[in-house]
Design a protein around this ligand. Sequence first.
Ligand code: 5GP
Ligand code: ZN
Length: 114
Amino acid sequence: MDCIFCKIVNGELPSKKLFENDVVVAFHDINPAAPVHVVIIPKKHIASMNDVEDEDWPIIAEMNRAAQVVARELGIAESGYRTANNCGKNGGQEVFHLHNHLLGGAKLKPLASV
Ligand code: 5GP
Ligand code: ZN
């Protein structure tokens, strides 16, 4: 499958990894939108939030747990951060392998409105 995040999972593409376990990987975003911008993905290829199946919900919990751990390790836990999931065209999703963004290191702008 031609999926860049699957290639990051299996090592075909390099990434600056911050956290990895059996279920998820977290790495620095290649085009950061904030001083801290981390991408957190499941190792399993799930295209988007729309494709999460009942058996996958523990993976979503693990993605959130990784965000908490990485935020602490990068020193932004106390100052605060945002996690975000873009789903589909209107959500601005560009990579169709499920991922959460972890953003912080500065005061973030309010969420975009239409
Ligand atoms: P989306 O718009 O799909 O929610 O976010 C995809 C994110 O993945 C973007 O922030 C983009 O900069 C990041 N990204 C895309 N390709 C790569 C890559 O090859 N390596 C890394 N580290 N990040 C990537
Ligand atoms: Zn994938």
